[in-house]
Design a protein around this ligand. Structure first.
Ligand SMILES: C[S@@+](CC[C@H](N)C(=O)[O-])C[C@H]1O[C@@H](n2cnc3c(N)ncnc32)[C@H](O)[C@@H]1O
Length: 257
């Protein structure tokens, strides 16, 4: 037997992958991240499935439940929010499983920053506006390496998705503007993206903190910033009728042939 780590997606219970759903529906034991995973996903579990909320457990307790499950030849699922490769603490869990010679498989999920982009109808990589996305967070109780300060990233003025930081929105704005973004750069805060009670606050760097405080958003939100949220855009070369590539000739070539 092996442990399945499953990305639950950002909130909407249909945004789990088919593979993740298949494993979840067969699970004998599920350990889910109760502070962020939509509990409606547990509706997919079969009757009698043993459910643990990891919000109340430490790392050892989580691994102990996994180990017991494997010994009892049960199918164990570790259900985590979004995708566990982003602030998912998955590394420490698999290291512990390695120490105990327990096998595992990782089934990815839709991260909240991707769910947020769809909820807002935006593209992070708009041609000639921004071709890079920075995923980061503000330092909190968990330190951030000095070379990765928000201020230093702001110098690139590219698209940014900032996790785990909305409670310090005023400090985030200060770092971003002192680092290089114009105060008029568009900024959106999205709370519980794809959940039924999703909230979206739109503004610019100079007024977003005030708007977020008015909306009383203090957690489970992403701060998105960059000109990709603005009105300027360019069409991609990929679908330009004059742009020739491996699969398509230009319209001129078609006329000639
Ligand atoms: C510990 S991190 C986990 C991120 C997760 N692994 C992912 O891929 O989205 C928790 C943070 O992710 C962000 N987050 C998670 N789900 C969210 C959602 N549905 N809407 C907005 N932000 C979300 C918030 O910044 C939250 O504080």
């Amino acid at each position: 037997m092996k442990i399945y780590f499953v990305g639950a997606g950002p909130g909407d219970k249909e945004l789990i992958t088919l593979k993740g759903h298949n494993v979840l529906s067969k699970a004998d034991i599920v350990i889910y991240a109760g502070s962020l995973v939509n509990p409606e996903l547990l509706d997919y579990c079969k009757e009698g499935c043993e459910v643990h909320n990891s919000a109340y457990m430490d790392l050892n307790e989580i691994i102990d439940v996994m180990e017991r499950g494997v010994k009892e030849e049960k199918l164990v699922v570790r259900l985590q929010t979004g995708d566990f490769s982003i602030y998912g603490s998955v590394r420490e869990q698999i290291e512990e499983l390695d120490k105990r010679n327990i096998k595992y498989e990782l089934i990815p999920g839709v991260s909240s920053f991707l769910g947020a982009a769809s909820a807002l109808n935006v593209e992070y990589t708009v041609p000639e506006i921004s071709q890079s996305v920075i995923i980061t967070r503000m330092e909190g109780r968990t330190p951030v390496p000095e070379k990765e300060s928000l201020r230093s990233f702001a110098a690139h003025k590219t698209s940014m998705a900032i996790f785990l930081s909305v409670h310090s929105i005023a400090d985030v704005v200060k770092e971003l503007t002192e680092g290089g973004y114009e105060e008029t750069t568009p900024c959106v805060v999205i709370y519980k993206a794809t959940w039924p009670d999703q909230k979206v606050v739109k503004g610019k760097l100079f007024d977003i903190a005030e708007k977020v405080n008015e909306a009383n958003i203090k957690k489970t939100a992403l701060i998105l910033v960059g000109d990709f949220l603005g009105d300027d855009y360019n069409y991609s070369k990929l679908y330009d009728k004059e742009f020739v590539h491996e699969y398509r000739n230009s319209s001129l070539d078609k006329e000639r042939s």
